[in-house]
Design a protein. Structure first.
Length: 249
């Protein structure tokens, strides 16, 4: 079993601040997610906001990642690199924000609908957001991480959509990606216990078609293998003695 870090109340207070900054960046950028703006422009706006509010981007230069946020458009599942692409009506785009504030990481993402989108796109985005909150509802002090994936799979299996299995949520805090890996599908072997003081993300990625993915030649961009649409929502959580706190809400 991996050693999962348990934090104290002082560390939780610091973590809250980092997560609130990540939330604020996502709220700030929403009005700019419109037809005609490039993903590079969205990246620049977010970078400036983060720096002006005392933080730094966790993704910039992380293992060589070249930008300050991830922008995943349409069939891109995650880790999309901002660039010259300009959003157009009918697109969906996930913007994934991770900041560092005083050494602590805050991580959150949201999928936006651009202009007039198809009913299928709207239903996918709605399903992905609901899957996140169903996963959060499954988090209980002294429960098990496997309960999260089971709850999400029970919900998504009734929608006709699929759950990406190659990527999951993760422990977070002073370290960007830590134990445990939080699966978004049912895995009977996932028996790590959820304890008060643990920080982690839940971030289900939901596809219209196959759950399978592949990484493009840039080494980062993850796409659906059948080019079907994909949507994702993410929150960072803290487990307390009696409940769970959504730090990026």
């Amino acid at each position: 079993m991996p050693e999962i870090v348990v934090h104290n109340t002082e560390e939780l207070a610091d973590m809250r601040k980092a997560c609130q900054l990540a939330r604020d960046v996502l709220l700030y950028i929403e009005e700019y997610v419109t037809e005609g703006i490039s993903t590079a422009e969205l990246d620049a706006l977010c970078y400036t906001y983060i720096i002006e509010h005392g933080g730094e981007s966790a993704t910039l230069n992380y293992n060589g990642f070249p930008k300050s946020i991830c922008t995943s458009v349409n069939h891109v599942i995650c880790h999309g690199i901002p660039g010259p692409y300009k959003l157009k009506s009918g697109d969906i785009i996930n913007i994934d924000i991770t900041v560092i504030l005083d050494g602590w990481h805050g991580d959150t993402s949201k999928t936006f609908l651009v202009g007039k989108c198809s009913k299928l796109a709207e239903e996918l985005v709605k399903t992905a957001e609901r899957a996140l909150f169903i996963g959060i509802e499954a988090v209980k002090p002294f429960g098990y991480f496997g309960d999260i994936g089971l709850a999400i799979q029970r919900f998504v299996s009734n929608t006709g959509f699929s759950i990406v299995q190659d990527y999951g949520g993760h422990g977070i805090g002073k370290i960007f990606h830590a134990d445990p890996t939080v699966l978004h599908y049912n895995c009977r072997e996932k028996r790590e216990q959820i304890l008060p003081g643990m920080f982690f993300t839940i971030e289900p990625m939901i596809n219209v078609g196959s759950h399978k993915s592949k990484v493009l030649n840039d080494g980062w961009t993850v796409v659906t293998i059948d080019k079907s649409l994909s949507a994702q929502f993410e929150h960072t959580l803290a487990v307390t003695d009696h409940s769970v706190e959504i730090l990026t809400l």
